[in-house]
Design a protein around this ligand. Structure first.
Ligand SMILES: [Zn+2]
Length: 253
């Protein structure tokens, strides 16, 4: 390619550049689909909830070639779902109980920085590099500095604790790809164990709409989705009389 990549994709430009691109996008959308914004401004009817990583290279609506309004989204570092996290639980609850999505996809991606840091030998130091409290350490009250709990854990350190534990449970040699796949399966389990999902599975006579929870991998090097084949469907036995349906495959390669 003769054009430098940075010039071909000037997304690191100024905010003015971004505003221009937005105006151009809105103009082209209205030109190609007259009335689109008037229509979508009234309501949303997404049939899919996407749970994925915050990585800028995995923008769900772009890579799935979707219009605004088609995918309800929750993204965070490494695409983690915690049953005690009000953020992810609020999103899942609204998507399932209010919007009535039919499918939830948990999507990991290759070369995930959140997974990579969990495998790094200096993981602890790296995570503390993001600790805003550490920078303020020298300004802390003398009493606070002398305690063993100062500085408090870095947010990223806390957020990735479960993923670090999952990494340590994997057989050697550990790779980022295997950890990403294991993480997707783990998050599928967390999703199906949430109260709102347990109570909103589709039945022909019931009010639930949810038909399946799925685990995917997005491949940065070719732009394609790989199905990790760990789906759980409404037709799976519930509650799970033999344990969780994925329990034996969670740590598979
Ligand atoms: Zn990532």
């Amino acid at each position: 390619m003769s054009v430098p990549l940075a010039s071909a994709f000037p997304l690191t430009g100024t905010l003015d550049q971004l505003k221009k691109q937005n105006a151009e996008w809105a103009r082209r959308m209205e030109e190609r689909y007259p009335g689109f914004f008037a229509w979508t401004s009234k309501a949303q009817h997404p049939r899919v909830l996407w749970i994925g990583c915050s990585d800028s290279r995995v923008p769900e609506s772009v890579i799935m070639n979707c219009f605004p309004g088609q995918i309800f989204t929750h993204r965070n570092i490494a695409g983690i779902v915690k049953l005690d996290d009000p953020n992810s639980m609020s999103v899942i609850t609204y998507a399932v109980a209010e919007l009535g999505v039919e499918h939830i996809v948990v999507v990991g991606h290759t070369n995930c920085g959140g997974a990579a840091v969990c495998l790094a030998e200096d993981a602890h130091d790296k995570m503390h590099a993001f600790n805003p409290q550490k920078a303020a350490h020298e300004y802390a009250p003398k009493d606070a500095r002398e305690t063993v709990t100062w500085p408090p854990p870095a947010p990223l350190d806390t957020w990735l604790a479960d993923l670090r534990a999952l990494a340590e449970s994997l057989p050697e040699p550990r790779s980022v790809l295997e950890l990403v796949k294991a993480n997707v399966r783990e998050q599928v389990l967390n999703v199906i164990n949430s109260d709102v999902v347990r109570s909103h599975w589709y039945t022909p006579t019931g009010k639930g709409h949810l038909k399946g929870v799925h685990g995917w991998l997005y491949q940065l090097d070719n732009g394609l989705i790989q199905d990790l084949e760990c789906s759980v469907y409404a037709s799976s036995p519930h509650p799970f009389p033999h344990g969780h349906p994925l329990s034996e495959s969670v740590h598979e390669a």
